[in-house]
Design a binder for this molecule. Structure first.
Ligand code: DI6
Ligand code: FE
Length: 403
């Protein structure tokens, strides 16, 4: 082939092994070519066109995976709850602390008191920890403001994270996270406020990519969450839900009925809920950090999800109260050790299935031609090392949009 007929690319990675999170699975002696931020070829070097590359990267036998995706975080918040952790060590339960005015509400007070700049700088510390382990897409929820002013402040802070760092930030409006103190005993009135004032204003500002809620005995009933879903849908916003974390409130069934992208936590999910999720294509987002940190003993129904074929994602749930975790590698290790996910399931959980949980399955989450060139390159001998090791970060390079 002469040079004119050879395809051009900005960058080319070769001499790598690849775990694609797509139907091609694992590829030895792989080559990835990127043009204008997108993958134009990913596969065996032997089958690749002979590219004219502006830059060539020798991976020296490293493994390439898709850039990691944390599809459930509460990264933006102020303060910390280490004192509550000590109370729990002395025997108090998460629910007792929440009912006594601690828990989410204490982070609400700290978050309301913080400026947008302070929220950004505190969240960047957590975001940088995720990025250092190869994260290229991170979801960030609001839900510690619980008033229009402070929810907007949180979502603006979240959007700014994506300007401060080379990472895709996806936001979820979580106004229905807890009843704020000024609405104590009036949760229906607060839900009215969420539906009639907050969702329309936040949708108009374009600050939320999805709407989330907390369907739980200590938060909102499924009837209240349904009203939030109706309002979100009226504004064209995709849905997510914290469901079945502490009890079976049938939130997953509701999420499925409304075609939600994901239902998250799911320790108390029943067989009917699994079937409903399968039918609607709702992703099951497992959060082993919260399971671990709260010393939950009810395991999510992994075998049933697997048997029926519900896609499973894994995320950190990074939050100050129940999962102060900023490591997707550790989340994968916990998903394997505590929930018995396989290595392949863990990897799919923080790549392609996490992308689906955010509605981004066509753009990112796997190494395939046409998708964004979001990659993590690891100095490992096999992908199992990413899941097996605790506390060691083998990231060699992280590529976001080809850079
Ligand atoms: N479920 C959780 O695990 C977090 N939020 C939620 O809906 C806990 C949030 C907190 O305790 O601050
Ligand atoms: Fe959460």
């Amino acid at each position: 082939m002469n040079a004119e007929s050879r395809p051009a690319c900005d960058r080319l990675w070769l001499n790598a092994n690849m775990a694609t999170s797509s139907s091609t699975g694992r590829v030895a002696d792989a080559l990835v070519a990127c043009e204008k931020g997108r993958i134009i070829y990913a596969g065996p070097r032997s089958e690749a066109p002979s590219f004219v590359a502006s830059e060539l990267v020798d991976c020296e036998g490293c493994w390439i995976t898709p850039g990691l995706i944390d599809c459930h975080t509460h990264l933006v918040h102020a303060g910390n709850r280490a004192s509550e952790f000590e109370l729990r060590l002395a025997g108090a339960s998460y629910e007792e602390i929440a009912r006594a005015g601690g828990g989410i509400v204490s982070t609400v007070a700290a978050t309301r008191a913080a400026s947008e700049d302070e929220l950004v700088s505190q969240a960047l510390i957590r975001l940088d920890a995720l990025i250092a382990e190869g994260a290229t897409t991170v979801e960030v929820k609001s839900g510690y403001g619980l008033s229009l002013e402070h929810e907007i402040k949180m979502l603006k802070a979240a959007r700014r994270l994506g300007e401060e760092r080379q990472v895709e930030i996806v936001t979820s409006f979580l106004g229905a996270h807890a009843v704020p103190p000024e609405y104590a005993g009036r949760s229906d009135d607060y839900i009215d406020h969420v539906c009639t004032d907050m969702i329309p204003a936040i949708a108009a500002l374009g600050l939320a990519d999805a709407v989330d809620g907390f369907c739980e005995s200590i938060a909102f009933t499924s009837a209240q969450i349904e009203r939030v879903f109706v309002a979100a849908r009226a504004h064209g916003l995709p849905l997510k839900l914290h469901a079945e974390q502490l009890s079976n409130s049938h939130g997953a069934a509701l999420a499925a009925r409304y075609g939600a992208l994901s239902a998250d936590h799911l320790e108390h999910l029943d067989a009917a809920g699994v079937e409903d999720m399968k039918a609607s294509g709702t992703v099951a987002v497992l959060l082993p950090g919260a399971y671990y940190f709260t010393r939950e003993t009810q395991l999510p129904p992994v075998e049933a999800l697997r048997r029926v074929g519900v896609p499973i994602a894994v995320a950190t749930d990074c939050n100050p109260g129940t999962s102060p975790l900023t490591s997707l590698l550790l989340a994968m290790n916990m998903a394997a050790t505590l929930f018995r996910l396989t290595v392949e399931e863990c990897l799919a959980g923080v790549t392609i299935n996490a992308a689906h949980a955010l509605g981004l399955g066509k753009q990112t989450g796997s190494i395939e031609a046409g998708k964004y060139c979001d990659l993590a390159i690891w100095d490992i001998e096999s992908p199992a090392e990413l899941v097996c090791n605790i506390g060691r970060n083998p990231l060699h390079a992280r590529i976001w949009r080809g850079q």
